[in-house]
Design a protein around this ligand. Structure first.
Ligand code: ZN
Length: 99
């Protein structure tokens, strides 16, 4: 799975942005975003909108969690096939920590 997340600033004078964040529906938006989630079957789901700074951090955390889960699953699959995962595991733990 290859997810992606892009943020961009916008000019409120020239862009018809909403008054409130599309994610939390509370704060004024700061960024324009596009979050692409690739499902196991390869289908891609694009979520686009405007979000506030707190929700931008939340979206990034969601991306991190999905990627950490993906790396852990990949490691488990390799280990089940009796592949030495020592280096991969070291890198995964250095990247995402133990959680
Ligand atoms: Zn928000």
């Amino acid at each position: 799975m290859y997810d992606s997340l892009f943020f961009a600033t916008f000019d409120p004078v020239y862009v018809n942005a909403p008054d409130i964040c599309d994610v939390c529906i509370k704060q004024p938006p700061m960024f324009n975003y596009e979050y692409c989630i690739e499902e196991p079957g390869g289908q891609r789901q694009y979520i686009k909108g405007f979000c506030c700074a707190a929700c931008a951090e939340g979206l990034l955390k969601k991306l991190k969690t999905r990627e950490a889960t993906e790396w852990a699953h990949e490691e488990a699959e390799l280990e089940a096939d009796n592949v030495d995962v020592t280096d991969f595991q070291k890198r995964r733990l250095a990247t995402f920590g133990r959680n």
